[in-house]
Design a protein around this ligand. Structure first.
Ligand code: ADP
Length: 475
């Protein structure tokens, strides 16, 4: 933490008390510092203040709100290096990826600062001569978010920016593993002129308490969650009681398909980027690779070479491309899935070994079959299982044979195949000849049990707006 030059970014850190949450560095296991473990009462107070603050914020013009958001965007960019270091220290991803996430996270603020000015209503041709019909769009009120540890900045800004731009207030509970980044971006928001009560970060080790509080509160009108499908289900059930609006970005099981007409070098490059980003710990990471017979050997050989060249280590060090896993549970899961697959006949082509601490070697498994747990479950680690396939129809069936429907990827140069497969995949997002597709201008989200709603793009702000119909009669 000594390397952070803008010390105000760390102002939420507190003394090591009995209740404070210790934040550790997954690369070393060292404690980086402590943040408050808020009580239920403190979170309730934050919700009440957010509810009060929202009224004044909603009265500002969209242009005024936009100006504040642009200042916030600029502050993130000016503090890119410090924010990236904080992120790598608490999350483990290589510094280059953290720098990229700061830019990506900031891009949502810039985008929604613009979109906030375009939340148009409509005038609708009237069927009754004495009436005029129109709609306006209004902020839902207080929006609450629960966010995961894998994108400690972007998962906050992707929700906070559209909420604030729409005129909502925003309260977030980040994952207990990565609260420092959340507090740092919030601090920059305050410096940009966003009132403290309007944007609150609360931290607790009792995620269940926070979830129940958010879902049951009458002062909160909207829940936005990114995390596992299991927790998403719980939050949806809990939100039913108060009939709250929900957005859910849940788990994925992304297929990465290489057809026999693909550019294999491009597919290898996309495969490495898609699979091994953040050590495989993203919900859009390629989870299973399907490679067509004719190109299987060539793909596996080239993919293996590329994976052997990855550099595992502490993300702060130059040249490191694979950091540690977030915690011991993540490592145990990876080990369990590899053992299960090899017991059923899969072969370790590259890697496969525990590297001590929270590090696990980037790994390729071949001779994998579609029914193995490593194909059916979300791995969330640096393991690439490769499955051989022959015809397009059975491939589509296998690719869609999952409860998930977030991201999918395929490589082909045949325009007929491209449209046929892109339309047949039951996923919210399809990367064609691209392994990394997230951008603030495109709608991110899933179908099936991968989620509800979209983030980013023009759709992202709809999640924080209600449409009101106004009928003007007696004319
Ligand atoms: P992961 O396995 O990636 O940590 P989770 O879905 O468990 O994914 O966690 C994502 C976020 O959800 C974190 O902020 C976590 O604290 C929170 N969380 C976990 N369990 C619950 C729960 N029962 N209710 C509300 N929030 C929860």
């Amino acid at each position: 933490m000594e390397q952070i030059t803008n010390r105000s970014l760390l102002s939420a850190m507190c003394e090591n008390t009995n209740t404070a949450i210790a934040v550790d560095n997954p690369a070393t296991g060292d404690v980086l510092g402590y943040v408050p473990n808020h009580s239920q009462q403190e979170i309730e107070n934050a919700v009440s203040k957010a509810s009060e603050a929202q009224k004044a914020w909603a009265k500002q013009t969209a242009k005024q709100r936009s100006e504040v958001l642009i200042r916030w965007f600029n502050l993130l960019m000016e503090n890119q290096e410090d924010l990236a270091r904080i992120m790598t220290l608490e999350q483990g991803k290589p510094l280059a990826e953290s720098r990229g996430e700061v830019v990506y996270g900031a891009s949502f603020i810039q985008w929604f600062a613009e979109e906030g000015k375009r939340t148009y209503g409509e005038t609708i041709p009237t069927p009754m001569a004495d009436r005029r019909i129109m709609t306006i769009r209004q902020p839902v009120g207080v929006a609450a978010a629960i966010t995961p540890w894998n994108f400690p900045i972007a998962m906050i800004t992707r929700k906070a920016a559209p909420a604030l731009a729409a005129g909502c207030s925003f309260i977030a509970k980040p994952a207990a593993q990565t609260p420092l980044s959340a507090y740092a971006v919030a601090e920059l928001a305050y410096q940009a002129g966003i009132p403290r009560d309007l944007l609150a970060i609360v931290t607790t080790t009792d995620a269940v308490m926070a979830g129940e509080l958010f879902c049951s509160s009458d002062q909160i009108q909207k829940i936005s969650f990114t995390g596992s499908t299991n927790v998403g289900r719980i939050l949806m059930k809990q939100s039913a009681e108060s009939v709250k609006r929900v957005s859910m970005e849940l788990g994925g099981n992304a297929p990465f398909i290489v057809f026999d007409d693909a550019d294999i070098d491009a597919a290898v490059k996309g495969a490495v980027a898609s699979k091994f980003r953040n050590a495989g710990q993203t919900c859009v990471c390629a989870n299973r690779f399907y490679v067509q017979d004719a190109v299987y050997d060539e793909f596996v050989e080239k993919f293996s070479e590329a994976v052997k060249a990855l550099n595992i280590g502490n993300g702060l060090e130059d040249g490191v491309t694979i950091g540690p896993l977030i915690d011991d549970n993540a490592k145990s899961k990876v080990q369990r899935l590899i053992t299960g697959a090899t017991e059923q006949g899969a072969k370790v082509a590259v890697g496969g070994k525990d590297q001590g601490g929270r590090f696990f070697e980037p790994t390729i498994l071949t001779d994998v079959t579609h029914d193995m747990a490593i194909v059916q479950e979300e791995i969330f680690g640096p393991i690439a299982p490769v499955i051989r396939f022959s015809d397009d129809n059975s491939l589509v069936q296998m690719a869609n044979d999952t409860i998930y429907g977030l991201a999918s990827y395929f490589y082909s140069k045949d325009i007929n195949r491209i449209f046929a497969i892109a339309e047949a995949l039951d996923y919210g997002m399809v990367g064609v000849n691209e392994g990394v597709i997230s951008t603030e201008v495109a709608p991110f989200g899933g179908v099936k049990q991968s989620g509800i709603g979209r983030e980013g793009a023009k759709q992202g702000i709809d999640e924080y707006l209600n449409t009101k119909y106004i009928c003007l009669g007696g004319l």
